[in-house]
Ligand binder design. Structure first.
Ligand code: PEP
Ligand code: MG
Length: 595
């Protein structure tokens, strides 16, 4: 997802812009340009005697902002979903942070500036600090601070919301940076798409667009300055492309793509209740990856057979503090109930790497992906690990709950984790708390050392789940979050494929099922390859599931095996890519539109 080349093509009548695809889908219509930034703040200095007046103005704006956010939260809960409404919880949290408001009061008094300027100064400082963090999720919280600050400043200046609540005709919203609170105010039945100068695929506005299923492209830098309300705009949310004033030819190809996608998506919907089984009878269990419970309904809607990866660290990251045992019991039990007996594989905390919180009080590391991450953190902090294992065991009493250890590099880690699990089971026995005595235990294979010693690890677990996102980065020495080496991050690299094959074979020799829960599982082309290599389970974002199910249902195992044999003989990642693309072109060409 690069934003390189986000310039209009010179000389072309229609201007093509490239940004970041934030929500898939195509849209065409007249632009409605919203320039909502409060860039001009009048007269920032106040006479020293008036500081208390500014303090009072700030207090009033703070209260008004709090009320507006609380009202918005309820409106969104009713109109969209509880998940999206939680955005306003983060805004209210940012607003309620005494550090934020106290700093503003300090700046008003010490710098003798008006409340508007003080809000802007403090918000910029705070957002700047957040933007330096390596964790993308936390970096995105800088956007929350800006959103809250913007609302505060508007209230101070008495400026009403720029976002219309009614639109007389459908249009594509173009803005410099639409905040989530502005996004949800728009009448969704009239919004064809979103185009924004700022933001990334994980910004809240992008998440909202996805939840509303409205195509969106973000990160276009200065697009909004080039557009007038009424200009025609065409957007392709999957590819991150925007065409300003498209030609007749552009429109023709747009209509063709839109029709194909609609048909493919409709066809895929029919698959919801069908199993992931090849025409010659090989079943692949298709599971979904989630970060929080509100995704359970989407898991079921997209036809997943269960949750293959519950990334529990988001419970920590969204709270910005450790989740307590009681909170975890509640969350995991709710997930187990929502999934009604279907598997819920809960992964132990995978903090560290790019999901850093500093909760341990440990110092920042030079190479966090190679440091105290994940199982290493848990084994250093047995009290955190125990609380989580106890909570998972509690939840196992009400559903098909399974536990999975991340980032295993050595059998001793696995043994220590299992010892802790057994000791938690003994505690629950003494307390008389019910739990599943046969709770399945799995290891993530995402480090080459684990793949190479999978035979040894297999003796201590019930299943393997290959975390290809990390396996690729650790095998190829390519930082998965570093844009400059993204071209070296190659899922189809022969070394990666060989490690995957080793793991599958070792697992099968020990009667374990072996799955993949990294992004490779979500790509229909690579899913075919994994099928041929002997994988038993694939777990992915719910939205990716129908297309993967479709190719599985169209591909005889024997053919996928031939593909895998050729791929494993190939010398380069590119060669494997070509083989896979050619394969899908033959088996399910319509899916090429979606990938
Ligand atoms: C992986 O590494 O492939 C994986 C699924 O874990 P995460 O992406 O959460 O590190
Ligand atoms: Mg991982």
């Amino acid at each position: 997802m690069s934003s390189d080349g986000n310039k209009p093509h010179p000389g072309a009548e229609a201007a093509v812009w490239r940004g970041v695809g934030a929500a898939a889908g195509v849209a065409f219509g007249p632009a409605l340009v919203i320039r909502g930034s409060v860039d001009e703040i009048p007269g920032d200095l106040v006479a020293s005697g008036n500081a208390e007046l500014e303090v009072a103005r700030f207090a009033e704006a703070l209260a008004a902002t709090r009320d507006q956010l609380a009202a918005l939260r309820e409106e969104v809960r009713a109109r969209v979903s509880g998940n999206e409404a939680a955005i306003f919880d983060s805004h209210l949290m940012a607003l309620g942070d005494p550090q934020f408001s106290e700093k503003i009061l300090d700046v008003i008094r010490v710098e003798a500036c008006n409340a508007e300027s003080a809000v802007r100064i403090v918000a910029d400082q705070l957002a700047h600090t957040l933007a330096l963090l390596s964790d993308e999720y936390l970096r995105e919280r800088a956007a929350d601070i800006h959103d809250v600050a913007r609302r505060l400043i508007r209230n101070l200046l008495g400026i009403p919301d720029m976002v219309p609540r009614d639109l007389d005709r459908p249009c594509v919203i173009v803005a410099d940076a639409l905040t989530p609170s502005e996004t949800v105010l728009l009448p969704r039945d009239r919004v064809l798409g979103f185009v924004m100068d700022r933001g990334s695929a994980t910004s809240h506005a992008a998440l909202l667009a996805r939840a509303l299923e409205i195509p969106a492209v973000v990160g276009l830098h200065n697009f909004s300055a080039e557009v007038r309300t009424g200009d025609e705009v065409l957007i392709d949310g999957a590819r991150g492309i925007v065409v300003l004033r498209p030609s007749r030819q552009d429109l023709e190809s747009f209509h063709k793509i839109a029709a194909v996608r609609r048909r493919v998506e409709l066809d895929l919907r029919q698959l919801r209740d069908l199993p992931g089984v090849t025409p010659d009878g090989r079943t692949i269990h298709l599971h979904a990856n989630i970060e929080n419970n509100s995704e359970c309904s989407s898991v079921l809607d997209h036809g997943a057979e269960g949750i293959g990866l519950y990334r529990t660290e988001y419970l920590w990251l969204t709270r910005n503090r450790p989740a307590t045992e009681a909170e975890q019991i509640e969350v995991y039990t709710e997930a187990a109930r929502a999934m009604k007996g279907k598997p819920v594989i809960i992964r132990a905390l995978d903090l560290g790497g790019d999901k850093f919180m500093g909760i341990s009080g440990d110092r920042r590391e030079a190479n966090p992906f190679l440091g105290i991450r994940s199982i290493r953190y848990l084994l250093r902090h047995p009290e955190v690990f125990r609380a989580q294992l106890r909570a998972i065991l509690h939840a196992s009493a009400v559903g098909n709950v399974q536990v999975m250890y991340p980032m295993i590099s050595d059998v001793s880690e696995l043994k220590q984790a299992n010892d802790l699990l057994r000791s938690c089971q003994r505690e629950l026995d003494i307390e008389g708390t019910p739990y599943d005595r046969n709770i399945p235990v799995g290891a993530m294979i995402e480090i080459p050392s684990a793949a190479l010693t999978a035979d040894t690890l297999a003796e201590h677990v019930d299943f393997f789940c290959i975390g290809t996102n990390d396996l690729i980065q650790y095998t190829l020495a390519v930082d998965r979050v570093n844009d400059s080496v993204i071209h070296l991050y190659q899922p189809t690299h022969p070394s990666v494929l060989r490690l995957i094959q080793l793991t599958i074979d070792a697992g099968h020799r020990h009667d374990l099922w072996v799955g993949v829960c990294g992004e490779m599982a979500a790509d229909p082309m690579l899913a075919m390859l994994l099928l041929g290599m002997g994988i038993d389970e694939l777990s992915m974002a719910p939205v990716a599931l129908p297309a993967v199910k479709d190719v599985i249902r169209k591909t005889p195992l024997a053919e996928a095996q031939k593909l895998a044999e050729s791929a494993l003989r190939a010398n380069t990642a590119g060669e494997v890519q070509r083989l896979c693309r050619e394969f899908i072109r033959r088996r399910a060409p319509e899916l090429l539109e979606l990938v």
